[in-house]
Design a protein around this ligand. Structure first.
Ligand code: TYM
Length: 335
């Protein structure tokens, strides 16, 4: 069967990068109908960095509400919290013994997140991508829709699957070699304050990102204030690509409307940002306002979210349990 797995961390609030890089594709793949979809809130990954234990369950509910507001349908897709499916953690231990130190040491995201003082980073932060491999492979997922920044982690997942199959599969392909689905102009959305750094929840400036819960005025204001250059939009992609901030805004417009950047450029070439920014703000508000309205409605209904998460975890476990059992058998566990 064709299976999708993907997840997001419940830290802070989801932003436009999360939506255009991942969520929007999750919903499209779910609605396409030929995949069995598992969409997870990865609270086990959230504890790899300093966090507030009291705030975590609420953040998980908020992330789940955002998934649903964006179009994840709990009747079609299993929506659950990672910590509610212990099979992830059990398979992660096995994979910790399959993955090599050298693979984990190459991960650029660990280097970025650990910062200068690697000695003080948690061991969990180091093996973070191994847990990701377990998240995916405990469902034998064949496809994983993510933003561009997860590409290297998915390569490690493929390496883990290939190595496990080779060392323990006895000629059988126990785990699939999962395909990343990284597509379209939304795969890498940059900060509104700096076209060379990623839009991120950890940026200190709230003006650097559009949050899924921002209201229409805030969205319009952030776009108006977005960093740009004084030139009008060019008429070739080559000229656009040399201008990071302009590229990013055109990319956001394209991703929101489901068009290509070249197509958007053809419409706006020769126009200044005095014209383009208000047009972008209109599009952003039109697409995001219904999501943020629905988000606010859902997040107030904790009982409903908890019911959905409990049901999703049950469905996830019925798939994950037999896969874990098979992995335990071939690795030689006693029980
Ligand atoms: P996280 O929580 O950092 O991000 C969630 C998703 O949003 C995408 N994304 C972006 N896409 C485009 N532009 C941006 N500026 C941007 N910022 C974030 C990410 O690529 C991601 O798809 N390690 C993962 C969570 C995870 C996971 C998994 C994903 C855990 N296990 C298994 C896939 C499969 C993470 O921290 O994503």
């Amino acid at each position: 069967p064709k299976r999708i797995f993907s997840g997001m961390q419940p830290t802070g609030q989801l932003h436009l990068g999360n939506y255009l890089g991942a969520l929007k594709n999750w919903v499209a793949l779910q609605d396409e109908g030929s995949f069995e979809c598992f969409y997870c809130v990865v609270d086990m990954h959230a504890i790899t960095m300093p966090h507030d234990p009291k705030a975590l369950p609420g953040a998980v509910r908020a992330a789940a509400a955002a998934y649903i507001a964006a179009g994840v349908d709990p009747a079609k897709s299993a929506l659950f919290a990672q910590s509610a499916v212990p099979e992830h953690a059990e398979l992660a231990w096995i994979f910790n013994c399959v993955a090599r130190m050298g693979w984990a040491e190459r991960m650029t995201q660990f280097k970025d997140k650990a910062g200068k003082d690697k000695e003080r980073a948690s061991v969990g932060l180091f093996t973070y991508p191994v847990l990701m491999a377990a998240d995916i492979l405990v469902y034998k997922a064949t496809h994983v829709p993510v933003g561009d920044d997860q590409k290297q982690h998915l390569e490690l997942c493929r390496d883990v699957a290939a190595r496990f199959n080779r060392d323990y599969g006895d000629g059988e392909m126990i785990f699939p070699i999962t395909e990343p689905v990284i597509q379209g102009p939304g795969a890498r959305i940059m900060s509104l304050r700096d076209g060379l750094s990623k839009m991120s929840k950890s940026d200190v400036s709230d003006n650097s990102r559009i949050n899924l819960h921002d209201d229409a005025d805030t969205i319009a204001k952030k776009i108006r204030k977005a960093k740009t250059d004084p030139e009008p939009l060019p008429d070739t992609m080559e000229a656009l690509n040399a201008r990071p901030e302009a590229t990013n805004l055109v990319g956001i417009y394209a991703a929101l409307t489901g068009r290509t950047k070249a197509d958007v450029l053809a419409e706006f070439a020769g126009q200044g940002f005095g014209v383009f920014k208000p047009a972008l703000a209109d599009v952003a508000v039109e697409y995001l306002a219904p999501i943020s309205d629905e988000f606010r409605r859902l997040v107030a209904d904790q009982a409903e979210i908890d019911r959905i998460l409990t049901d999703g975890a049950e469905r996830a476990r019925t798939v994950a349990a037999p896969v874990l059992k098979q992995a335990k058998q071939v690795i030689g566990y006693w029980s």
